[in-house]
Write a protein that binds this ligand. Structure first.
Ligand code: FMN
Ligand code: COI
Length: 415
């Protein structure tokens, strides 16, 4: 139905000729708005039917999200770059790590509380920046922030948000970090950093792995149309190329992202904000050292949920070497492939101070709105607590590398 409408629109453009091409961007936006509205209404009954169903893990939330979302949006959220090798690896690499539990430890009280940059959180699980959340649910980023507040954790708000900084800031008292993309129009990035600071965001997360958007073939096939990014209202309006096929999101990113962004720009960022800066997208010991040297307050080991360069390693596979390189100078966080509390434990054992969840949060949001994000976060927290009890750890400090066995360990034992 959606495809046939789109084909009809394209046919109309063919008939009406180039003088109407200038209307095409407007019509695409309208079309995307109507599709979202239609999808939400059509799926209302489906959502309601599943509202009472007990979902017991992240994978079940994913299944429901798949049912309620239009294919174009589910593919956008769940998909990865090219062959999606790294997408699978992000999850599989966790499965190859096994536990070495200790027995007869008193675990009658298990304490998960943690701090990030001095902010207390109920568990070392925070919300990753994910763009365009109104495609998952009409309350988008606001619902996510509220859930983060209820779970007493941190929300990292995406630069590519469908709500404004002010809307998110005024919706609840969640601890919020602001994720930054540096645009060709530096003034836009500058303005948003200033606003984030003014509205009480506590840190800037500079995403450094996106000089260009990865090749996401599902989006290309679906001719993915991004919704209006309300966060940019009054700052920037982007004219997409009407003649370009494929993913309009890719077209949007090519026009906005600054591919010249480099290490020297961290100095620029430091000059425009007093907030601590975390750098997201580190995958090598070498870059981790550079990040420490330029004075970041924290490092996020991440391959962007396998949406950028395919065939990079799973983020959990490089965590140990990054942690070694950083040598305790700044906190190291990790995201990518976390689907279970056991995964969180494994990341902590290998030296992460906390993890971020991207898709699990999106699936919760798509399936059950604010409640869904809260449930997913709580489920992961409960699973982590149980894992700690069963491995003999009553606090986060008790979790060590000796509680897990990695591929590296197996190789070492062969030598
Ligand atoms: C739909 C989607 C949108 C994303 N948008 C952003 C973004 O705007 N900025 C960013 O730094 N990372 C973005 N990411 C990457 C996430 O922050 C995070 O690195 C990744 O989702 C972690 O992997 P996971 O989804 O397996 O948890 C996005 C990821 C997804 C799945
Ligand atoms: C709008 C996009 C650039 C957001 C993003 O980072 C992503 O989809 O991975």
């Amino acid at each position: 139905m959606v495809t046939s409408n789109y084909l009809r629109l394209r046919y109309w453009f063919l008939l009406t000729g180039p003088e109407f091409l200038c209307c095409k961007n407007y019509l695409l936006q309208e079309f995307s708005r109507i599709c979202r509205l239609r999808a939400y209404v059509t799926n209302y009954r489906l959502r309601k039917k599943h509202m009472t169903a007990e979902l017991v893990n992240v994978m079940e939330f994913q299944e429901l999200a798949k049912k309620v979302l239009p294919k174009m949006y589910y593919d956008y959220f769940s998909g990865g770059a090219e062959d999606e090798h790294t997408l699978r690896e992000n999850v599989e690499a966790f499965r190859r790590i096994t536990f070495q539990p200790r027995i007869l430890v008193d675990v009658s009280n298990v304490n998960l509380s943690s701090t990030i940059l001095g902010y207390n959180i109920s568990a070392p699980i925070i919300i990753a920046p994910t763009g365009m959340l109104k495609l998952a649910h009409p309350e988008g980023e606001v619902a996510t922030a509220r859930a983060a507040a209820l779970c007493n954790t941190i929300m990292v708000m995406s630069f590519s948000s469908t709500c404004t900084i002010e809307e998110v800031a005024s919706s609840c008292n969640a601890i919020r970090f602001f994720q930054l993309y540096v645009y060709r129009r530096r003034d836009v990035s500058y303005q948003l950093v200033q606003r984030a600071e003014r509205y009480g965001f506590k840190a800037i997360v500079l995403t450094a792995d996106t000089p260009r958007l990865g090749r996401r073939e599902r989006d290309i096939k679906n001719k993915m149309v991004p919704p209006p990014l309300k966060i940019l209202e009054g700052l920037l309006s982007v004219e997409l190329d009407p003649e370009k096929g494929g993913s309009k999101l890719e077209n949007f990113a090519a026009k906005t992202m600054d591919p010249s962004l480099n290490w020297k720009d961290v100095e620029w960022l430091k000059s425009i904000t007093n907030l601590p800066i975390l750098i997201k997208g580190v995958l090598t010991a070498e870059d981790a050292r550079k990040a420490v040297e330029v004075g970041v307050a924290g490092i996020i080991v991440s391959n962007h949920g396998a949406r950028q360069l395919d065939y990079v390693p799973a983020s959990i596979s490089v965590l140990e070497e990054v942690v070694e390189a950083v040598n305790g100078e700044v906190p190291v966080l990790l995201d990518g492939g976390i689907r279970r509390g056991t995964d969180v434990f494994k990341a902590l054992a290998l030296g992460a101070q906390a993890v971020l969840i991207g898709r699990p949060m999106v699936y919760g949001l798509a399936a059950k709105g604010e409640y869904g994000v809260r449930r997913v976060t709580e489920m992961l927290r409960d699973e982590l607590e149980l894992t700690m009890a069963l491995t003999g750890c009553s606090s986060l400090e008790d979790i060590t590398m000796s509680h897990v066995r990695t591929e590296r360990d197996r190789l070492r034992s062969l030598l």
